[in-house]
Structure formats: structure tokens, C-alpha cells
Design a binder for this molecule. Structure first.
Ligand code: FE
Length: 192
């Protein structure tokens, strides 16, 4: 197992967020390339950050930028697990490392009622997708498998465990604030 890939990604992402003149679409183009590389090989994630929990999907912090400009998180889904409908409030890039996940998209209609858009994205190993308030930020993600663990690596343009965001209730205008935190109080060692 080699975490060189993770260190390489963190170096490139740090370089990317230091380019403060870049607008979000260009950041996403470059961030997608870095995330594509990162999830192209499933040989680097330490098992500490790949463990499912029988009841809850896990969000393990791999790396947090000290200036909160980005965070890198491994999401571990046991069979059948899914998120509530939620937003992020910052841009994000999701790369599928192991297994597959299904993403259902939602948006508010003109009466301010949340509806499913009908757009459903399935990410398979190696696939990468983006979220952002500017391109559609409300979704529900589920493990595409009932009987196996799936893992996706998520990059966000902020410290996602600390950001105040929302869960939603389709068919209503309701939203509830939440802060996700992380599932572990340790992060990855980039140098082993
Ligand atoms: Fe999400």
C-alpha cells in the first residue's frame, strides 16, 4: 500500500487553492483532474479510513487544509446506507474509489417546494462528479450495493466537517441546519 498518491493529491490541491485568481469553473476542472488521478488506483487508502459502520455511513477526514481552503474525506458506505437529502454550500468533487454509489438530485420549484429533478447519477469505480451551489448542490447519495461496502473520496472547497449546512425534506420547503463533523479524530499520515 502506498499513500504517495494521497500526498501527491494534497500537494497539487494546495497549489490549486493558492491560485486565488481562479474562478470556480476553472478550479473544478483542475480539481477533477487531481481527483481522477487519485481514484484511478485503489491501492492507497489505509484500512483505518475504509472501515464501514453497521449503522451509519462514515466520513473520515484524510486531510484538512490548515487555512480551511479544502478538505479531503473518505466516505465509507456499508451495504444499503444512504445520506439524507442535503446541501454542501461549497464546491465539491466526488471520486469513486471502490464499489459504486447513486446520486439523486433535488431542486426547489417556483413554489419553494423541494422536488427531485429526475437526474440520477451513478458513479462507478474511477468516476468523478461535482457539486456546488452554482451547478446544483442538493442531493441524496446512496451505496449502489445492498451487500458490499462502497468508498468515495470527497474533496470540498472548505472544511466540510465544520461548515453549517442543511438537510431537506422533499415535498416541503423545510430545511434543518446541521454540521457533519468527522467520524474519527485522526487524519491520514501522508508520508507512509
Ligand atoms: Fe453530498
Amino acid at each position: 500500500m502506498s499513500q504517495t498518491r494521497l500526498l501527491d493529491a494534497v500537494k497539487k490541491l494546495t497549489g490549486l487553492v493558492e491560485k486565488t485568481d481562479l474562478k470556480e469553473p476553472e478550479i473544478l476542472v483542475q480539481a477533477k483532474k487531481i481527483m481522477c488521478d487519485l481514484v484511478s488506483q485503489d491501492d492507497w487508502l489505509d484500512e483505518t479510513f475504509a472501515r464501514p459502520h453497521p449503522e451509519y455511513y462514515q466520513q473520515y477526514l484524510l486531510y484538512g487544509d490548515p487555512l480551511d481552503r479544502f478538505s479531503l474525506v473518505s466516505f465509507v458506505w456499508a451495504g444499503g446506507q444512504k445520506t439524507p437529502v442535503h446541501d454542501h454550500t461549497v464546491w465539491g468533487v466526488i471520486g469513486m474509489l471502490r464499489g459504486a454509489e447513486t446520486e439523486r438530485h433535488f431542486a426547489f420549484n417556483e413554489d419553494n417546494v423541494l422536488e427531485e429533478t429526475g437526474k440520477v447519477t451513478t458513479l462507478s469505480q474511477g468516476d468523478v462528479a461535482c457539486v456546488s451551489p452554482s451547478i446544483g448542490d442538493i442531493h441524496q447519495v446512496s451505496n449502489a450495493f445492498q451487500d458490499q461496502t462502497s468508498i468515495s473520496i470527497h474533496l470540498y472547497g472548505g472544511n466540510i466537517g465544520k461548515i453549517q449546512r442543511h438537510v431537506f425534506y422533499p415535498g416541503t420547503s423545510e430545511r434543518k441546519r446541521f454540521v457533519s463533523g468527522y467520524s474519527s479524530n485522526v487524519a491520514a499520515n501522508l508520508w507512509v
